[in-house]
Design a protein around this ligand. Structure first.
Ligand code: HEM
Length: 404
């Protein structure tokens, strides 16, 4: 399938919006509403791709991987597809996808994650207690980033490795998914640096056999994956499992501390952590979108999308679609009964492999915050600030007061 297959005239609604421009990234939701109003699929001229902004159109595409392929299609630029995700579980279809996904399926199954619950909660408790003598802390750099990085490196089998540089490298990897812009090209060398770092630390003699990497090496020994795929697996799980969860936790802290009633509902156990997790991801998908390659001409609403074209699945927009969520789609409410229907973890074959782990991390972190900082509140002297990223909705800092 070539990338030049899209030289025919566009049929269907189109838009000049640049989804990856600074202005849209700073506050994407008005642009998303504009695109949803145009139709379930809209040709984005500046991206040379069709964007799917509505809940129903994103879900339908996720359920039809034979038409909307992940191979050579996750990034809206050829370099990303070729150098960053090619050969990984994320960018595979069919039997190849099943083969790669099997490597860690046992380790990430609900039962295995339930077995980790005590240690994940103890780790969160220890970290939160270490912040107890402070009047304020940053939920990104003092809490979510060290917690999630520590969890992932330990599970990978690399607890002794300093992974503090990984968070920024993963941010850069996500930048590479967009249509060509300066952030994409700044991200490519950082992605390369991440692979090199992982290749150096993830050697066989460096990891325990009961870790994720140990499982990958065992799969290589059984001939189920190639040796090189051990590092690819590590890279896919590091990319997918770190900044996503870090910023989901930071968003939840930001939303809960800016609305006392919501915090009290969570803190006092009136709603389960699962409801907080679902509503946070619906309200602000950490991964705002991913691409797909169209394998055969297909019609979505009034748009005819030719074979070989690319589409952009707008997870972030799908979470704000009034047709699905009602008139209060832009309101954060942990009582929302159907929040778990969100598409922020994907759906169908590529449904997030780490979804049970991410939920457990939420449970552990917010349980610890509720126990130790019942009065958690925003820090008026240091309002939250963001970092612009092509794909992730991320924070620079979310400062909070421990006892206002
Ligand atoms: C709140 C946190 C998370 C969010 C929002 C998130 C989001 C997503 C999304 C949207 C996909 C689907 C990609 C697609 O359809 O192309 C995905 C897949 C994936 N996620 Fe997550 N993720 C999170 C946490 C994690 C964690 C903790 C891990 C594990 C360490 C993880 C590992 C993966 C993997 C391996 C895939 C690829 C699955 C496949 O292609 O079959 N994720 N994630």
């Amino acid at each position: 399938m070539t990338e030049s297959a899209i030289s025919q005239p566009v049929s269907g609604p189109s838009s000049p919006l640049d989804l990856f421009g600074d202005e849209v990234l700073a506050d994407p939701y008005p642009a998303y509403a504009e695109l949803r109003a145009l139709g379930p699929a809209v040709y984005a001229e500046r991206l040379n791709a069709w964007v799917l902004p509505r809940y129903d159109s994103v879900k339908a595409a996720l359920l039809d991987p034979e038409t909307f392929s992940s191979v050579n299609g996750l990034h809206l630029n050829p370099e990303g597809n070729q150098w960053v995700t090619a050969g990984s579980v994320l960018a595979a279809d069919g039997l190849e996808h099943a083969r790669l996904r099997r490597v860690l399926s046992k380790q990430l199954a609900p039962r295995a994650i339930r077995d980790l619950a005590d240690s994940l909660r103890a780790r969160a408790d220890e970290l939160v207690v270490s912040l107890a003598d402070r009047d304020s802390f940053d939920a990104v750099t003092d809490l979510a980033a060290p917690y999630v990085t520590g969890v992932i490196l330990e599970l990978m089998g690399l607890p002794h490795v300093d992974g503090s540089g990984l968070v920024k490298q993963v941010e850069s990897v996500f930048d590479t998914f967009a249509a060509p812009n300066p952030r994409v090209y700044a991200g490519l060398p950082a992605a390369q640096a991440m692979f090199e770092f992982l290749q150096t630390v993830a050697t066989r003699d460096n990891v325990s056999p009961d870790s994720w990497l140990g499982a990958a090496h065992a799969a290589a020994d059984r001939g189920e994956i190639a040796e090189i795929e051990c590092v690819m697996t590590m890279a896919a799980y590091t990319t997918a499992g770190m900044d996503t969860t870090i910023h989901a936790i930071a968003t939840a802290v930001q939303m809960l501390t800016s609305d006392r009633e919501q915090w009290e509902l969570v803190r006092d156990g009136k709603v389960p952590y699962e409801a907080l997790f679902g509503e946070t991801l619906r309200y602000e998908a950490p991964i705002q979108g991913f691409g797909r390659r169209v394998m055969r001409e297909t019609t979505v609403g009034d748009a005819t999308i030719p074979e070989g074209a690319q589409v952009w699945l707008m997870f972030g927009s799908s979470g704000r679609d009034e047709a699905k969520w009602g008139a209060d789609a832009d309101v954060f409410d942990v009582r929302r009964p159907d929040a778990a229907d969100h598409l922020a973890l994907g759906f169908g074959t590529h449904l997030c492999a780490g979804n049970h782990l991410a939920l457990m991390e939420f449970d552990a972190v917010f349980g610890a915050l509720a126990r130790h900082f019942p009065g958690l509140a925003p820090d008026p002297a240091a309002p939250p600030t963001r970092v612009l990223n092509n794909v992730l909705r991320i924070w620079d800092r979310v400062n909070v007061l421990t006892r206002p």
